[in-house]
Ligand binder design. Sequence first.
Ligand code: NAP
Length: 295
Amino acid sequence: MTARLIDGRAAALELRSRVAEAVAPFRAATGRAPGLAVVLVGEHPPSAAYVRSKVKAMREAGMESFEHRIPAETSEADLIALVDRLNADPSVDGILVQLPLPANVDEQAVLTRVDPAKDVDGFHPVNVGRLSIGLDALVPCTPLGCLMLLQRELGDLSGKEAVVVGRSNIVGKPMAQLLLQANCTVTVAHSRTRDLPDVVRRADVVVAAVGRPELIRGSWLKPGAAVIDVGQERVEQADGTRKLLGDVAFEEAMEVACAITPVPGGVGPMTIACLLRNTMVAAHRREGLREPEGL
Ligand code: NAP
C-alpha cells in the first residue's frame, strides 16, 4: 500500500481564503477589520520566525495585526500590564503570547490573564474547560488543524479507534478532547505508556505529538491507519545539513498507512490557518455577529 499524502498546505490555503472572504462583511458591519495582537518576548529565533509568518498570514487575509516585541528582561508585572491593555483595546479580537516565555516569567500567570474571549490560542482554563464539557470554546490551533485534516480526509470519524501520542496542554490533551467530541474511542499515550507499539497498532487514527524524530515506526501501524504527524524537529544529517523530521518514520509509514501528513507541509500550515480562523471567530463573537459559514 502507498499512503495518500494529506496536503496541509492546500487545506490551509482553502481555510485562509474562507477567512479572507469573511473580512469584507465583517468590516461592513463594524467599520474595522478583525485584529490580532501578537506578543513576542525576547529574541528566541524560532519564535520570531513563527511570529513573522503569523503576522504575514494575517495581513494577507486583510486582517489587522499589532506586534508587540518586548525585551527578554521585561518583568512579569509589565507583561501582565500589557495583556491588560490588550484585553481592554476594542480593536484587538485575539491575543497571542508567543511561547516559550523567559524563565523569569510565570507562563500560566500570563496566559490566564488573557481575556478568554480573546484567547485565540485556546490556552486559558476557561476555554480548556469549555472544550472538555462540549461548550463552544476557542480551541488550540494545532489540534484544531489536525482534526480538520482528518475530517477532510476521512469524513465522519465516529467509532474510530484514535491514539494520540503525547499529552501536552497545547497539542495532545486538546487533540484527545476533539477526537472524543468527534465520537472516536480515544487513547492518550505518553512517556510512561507501556508497550507503545502495541497501543499504536490498534489505532485507525494516529496523532503523533511527541517531539522525538521518527519514534513511531511503520511496523507499529495498523494497515490502513490515518496518520497525523505533529512533530517537527530539526535534526542534523550526516552531511552536516539540518532536516525537519516528524515523529513518524515517514517512508516506512507510507507503506502501511492509508493517509499521512508530510513534514513539512502537513500540520504546520494548518496551525497558522486556524489562528486566522480563531481570530475571525473571536471577532464575530465579540461583536455579537453570526459566525461565517464554513469556518
Ligand atoms: P511536549 O510538551 O514536549 O510534549 C511531548 C509529549 O510527548 C509528552 O506528553 C511526553 O510524555 C510525550 N513523550 C515524550 N517521549 C515519549 C516517548 N518516548 N514515548 C511516548 N511519549 C513520549 O511537546 P509538544 O509541545 O506537544 O510538541 C510535540 C511536537 O509537536 C514537537 O516536535 C513540536 O515541535 C511539534 N509541534 C508542532 C506544531 C505545528 O504547528 N506543526 C505545533 C506544536 C507542536 P510525558 O507527558 O510523559 O512527558
